[in-house]
Ligand binder design. Structure first.
Ligand SMILES: [Zn+2]
Length: 113
């Protein structure tokens, strides 16, 4: 099965694709799993989960999270399999939050029923 684990939606500052378009494009290309990883927001999680009901595509909830060191942005981390959103912050703090908030149970792929 094909997967794309780094997908931005209209809820990111640098993307224009709406959830419906993302799911349709994934299904057309035979991609069975996508991770929604918008910049510093989980605002798109529910709209993407809603749109996914109509497509044979499973959703991984994620974020691309800005990290700081000494008050300056030093990069971004990709958090996958998140249960709740992670806020921007210091690198090690964000890494710890990703580990803490990521699913480690029996349901790594989310699909709203
Ligand atoms: Zn990105």
């Amino acid at each position: 099965m094909k997967a794309d684990l780094h997908v931005h939606s209209v809820y990111s500052r640098d993307a224009i694709s709406k959830p419906q378009s993302i799911l349709a494009a994934a299904a057309d290309r035979g991609i069975g799993i996508i991770a929604i990883t918008d910049h510093d927001t989980a605002e798109g999680w529910n709209p993407v989960l809603q749109a996914a009901k109509r497509y044979p595509v499973q959703i991984v909830l994620g974020q691309e999270i800005k990290v700081f060191k000494g008050g300056e942005v030093v990069g971004e981390l990709l958090g996958l399999f998140l249960k709740t959103p992670v806020a921007s912050g210091a690198v090690h703090g964000v890494m710890a939050e990703i580990r803490r908030r990521a699913s480690s149970d029996d349901a790594p792929l989310s699909r709203m029923q």
